[in-house]
Design a binder for this molecule. Structure first.
Ligand code: GLA
Length: 729
């Protein structure tokens, strides 16, 4: 890992474990260009890739064709308004109303370690394992300075980027658009992967060619939503799970985003990601700065699995924080699908009594414990205990649960307010809404104006009071509707365009307060299932609820898409009841356990009511979790076969970092008549090591398991699964 500046070629080269990223500076004016990102280079000069040796050359040799230069040069951070007609990374409006910006290099700094991003989640690192390059670019007319920051990490093929804009003039400027990263690449017959979906169908992998023009994804929901995701991969059309060039772009942000690829006239592809400019405008007063969120760029020469490994390692080692980061999480049982709103202390204790006997370690009380919340029509914002449901209060319940040897966790939805709530009656202006219009309801609720300090602090104090009132060791933080009707009673007219982003900053501030004042609490984020499963939220919570769809077969696709970017240690996954509450499917209890094992593992059912045979299986599943979770949480994950592609079976595996152990999960979706066993080629093992498959006498070389493979016999029935545990002999 190293960052260096080469004086003679005027270039910066960032070398990670197996990749290089090269930035060049051209012309007397100091335009900053993107020269290369890909497999690691030697000590050589590749700045010729910026093509300034061919027409239109650069403005200092060919001033008459300045626009041709601006419109074809591979810009490292393209600005709007001066003649680069491709998508702009940044658009700034002067107080005179003009949109024009030219950013050229002023100075640079290379240093060990990495600075935090003020108010925003971001990757972090120490002086031993992280290095940063800061390029200081200026616009001489507007007197605006942009600091482009690039950090790299020991052993990980990722470059993380961010941008900070500083107004050094004596007049305000308006930021209409500020992307976190942009990269101009030659098109090499790329495909792109986007993650698409819907409620209960989050993050489906969608692979299509990169066509001419603008393509990508964006959100205007105030979060990324179930439907879209701040991620794009560009990959060689021939790239597979295990081979070929893949570039992954992910934004560390939890609000409106835009991620796009723009393939232009010279077959270059401009990729960028950042805050969605629609609905965004930020007034920057003299002396103020604006910090844009962080973007992560990953390169893999080893296909999609290599890309996933880089994201997983980066997020596990340099993003997720807190006491649970490297720890096995307690096996929880959540009462949502067991009872919905219909519970009381006795019911919860019944569940806990039964669960504790089976080895389950924590009871989580979901929605419905506060205010007069007997259904989802009221009481959000009234964060005090409903004594009708919980006679004796929270402390009594928690103490009783603790006496059973179990931990206790609680559900909250701090960002919301029900029109039918004490909070709304006291502070109607605390809800986001446009004066004179009736704000649209979703699930009968409105969104609190988290841009306001007094709102943040009020909600925090109420929830903190609850958390201090009993021995609460886990919080599920939910967010069950998108933002609409954007209006804040506290922002001036010219600052209303800041509300979406200020909302996210306010929410981050609350999460930061919660995690720093209650460091012992395990936080799990959630948003109507997985509408806010992103790298920003992972900075605060080591796990996020993946989806409201807990059906084992639906989860194959949801978890596959999620694990394309995010580590298995972060995926909230539970065994739930059947017929499944979202799709009505009945799957074997055993298979539900195998699928949940690929995530945080827990239960979401009424353990007092499920069939006895299923209940009797729980201690075995608990033992399975304890046996394999270290491996699943910390190992390298490989997609082996995808049901989404073959329509028959799914298979994935996790390999311990030292290659001494692996766990293969095989799920046969539909049973098949008269079928041979299926040959599965394993991945990630050490070819020369000798391995044993648990339950078999003989040994295998790693090369045998990867090249000849293993035979998995046809399983009798639909939705059947099997684990194969492999250990070094
Ligand atoms: C959301 C969550 C569920 C549950 C409900 C409670 O839908 O995703 O898990 O907590 O809210 O209202």
């Amino acid at each position: 890992m190293a960052i260096r500046y080469n004086e003679s070629s005027r270039s910066f080269q960032l070398d990670t474990k197996a990749a290089s990223y090269v930035i060049g500076v051209v012309d007397a004016e100091g335009f900053v260009g993107h020269a290369y990102f890909g497999k690691k280079l030697g000590e050589d000069d590749v700045t010729y890739l910026m093509r300034t040796g061919e027409g239109p050359y650069t403005p200092e040799t060919n001033a008459r064709d300045r626009l041709s230069f601006l419109d074809s040069f591979p810009m490292e951070y393209p600005t709007g308004g001066i003649g680069d007609f491709r998508e702009s990374a940044i658009v700034v409006r002067s107080s005179g109303g003009h949109r024009a910006l030219q950013l050229t290099l002023d100075s640079y700094e290379i240093f060990k370690g990495k600075k935090p991003l003020e108010g925003l989640p971001a990757t972090w690192g120490s002086e031993e394992d992280t290095e940063t390059l800061e390029l200081v670019l200026t616009d001489k007319v507007l007197k605006v300075k942009a600091i482009l920051s690039y950090s790299i990490f020991e052993g990980i093929d990722a470059v993380v980027r961010s941008v900070k804009l500083i107004n050094e003039s004596d007049a305000p400027v308006f930021i209409d658009r500020i992307m976190s990263a942009s990269m101009d690449m030659d098109n090499r017959d790329y495909d792109k992967i986007l993650l698409t979906g819907s409620w209960a169908r989050e993050r489906r992998i969608d692979r299509t060619p990169v066509n001419y023009g603008i393509q990508g994804m964006s959100s205007l929901r105030g979060e990324e939503g179930h439907q879209t995701h701040p991620f794009m991969a560009l990959l060689d059309r021939t790239a597979t799970e295990d081979a070929g060039d893949v570039y992954g772009v992910n934004l560390v942000y939890s609000g409106n985003f835009l991620t796009l690829a723009d393939r232009g006239q010279f077959d270059t592809v401009r990729v960028m990601t950042g805050i969605n400019p629609e609905g965004f405008c930020w007034k920057l007063n003299p002396g103020e700065c604006f910090q844009a969120p962080e973007a992560v760029l990953v390169y893999s020469a080893e296909g999609l699995n290599g890309m996933s490994h880089a994201f997983h390692d980066l997020y596990r080692e340099h993003l997720i924080r807190g006491q649970y980061r490297d720890r096995k999480r307690p096996i929880l049982i959540n009462n949502w699908e067991a009872t919905y709103f219909n519970f009381n202390t006795e019911k919860l204790l019944d569940i806990a009594r039964q669960a504790s006997k089976l080895g389950i370690e924590m009871l989580v009380m979901d929605d419905g414990w506060f205010g007069n919340r007997f259904d989802d029509n009221r009481a959000l914002g009234d964060w005090f205990v409903n004594e009708e449901k919980l006679p004796g209060g929270l402390k009594y319940l928690v103490d009783e649960v603790n006496k059973l040897g179990m931990k206790f966790g609680i559900w909250v939805e701090p960002e919301m307010i029900s029109p039918d709530s004490e909070l709304y009656r006291a502070h109607p202006d605390w809800a986001i809404q446009v004066p004179g219009r009736t704000a649209g309801l979703a699930r009968n609720q409105l969104v609190l104006d988290m841009s306001r300090r007094e709102v943040q602090d009020h909600v925090f104090d109420m929830i903190a009071g609850v958390l201090r009132s009993a021995n609460i060791e886990y919080v599920k933080w939910d967010m069950n509707r998108p933002l609409s009707d954007l209006g804040s009673y506290s922002l001036s007219a010219e600052r209303q365009g800041e509300l979406y982003h200020r909302y996210v900053l306010g929410m981050y501030r609350l999460q930061e307060r919660l995690t720093s004042e209650f460091p012992h609490i395990l936080l799990e984020n959630c948003s109507g299932g997985g509408a806010r499963f992103d790298a920003g939220m992972l900075y605060y919570s080591p796990q996020i609820w993946c989806s409201d769809d807990t059906d084992a077969i639906e989860r194959l696709a949801i978890q596959e898409g999620t694990a394309l970017i995010y580590p298995l240690s972060a995926m909230g996954a539970h065994v739930s009841d059947c017929p499944n509450h979202t799709v009505g499917r009945t799957t074997p209890f055993e298979t539900r356990g195998y699928v949940a094992l690929a995530g945080t593992f827990g239960y979401e059912l009424d353990v007092t009511k499920i069939p006895e045979a299923d209940r009797n299986m729980i201690p075995e599943q608990v033992a399975m979790y304890h046996k394999y979770n270290d491996l699943v949480r910390t190992g390298d994950y490989y997609r082996v076969a995808s049901y989404q592609q073959n329509h028959m079976y799914d298979c994935w595996m996790v390999v311990k970092k030292d290659r001494s152990e692996a766990l293969v999960t095989f799920i046969q979706v539909m049973g098949r008549a008269n079928a041979h066993s299926r040959r599965i080629l394993l991945k990630g093992l050490c070819p020369d090591k000798t391995y044993r498959i648990e339950g078999e006498e003989r040994t295998y070389l790693g090369s045998t398991l990867m090249q000849a493979g293993v035979l998995v016999g046809n399983l009798w029935g639909d939705f059947k699964g099997k684990l194969i545990h492999i250990v070094e002999a």
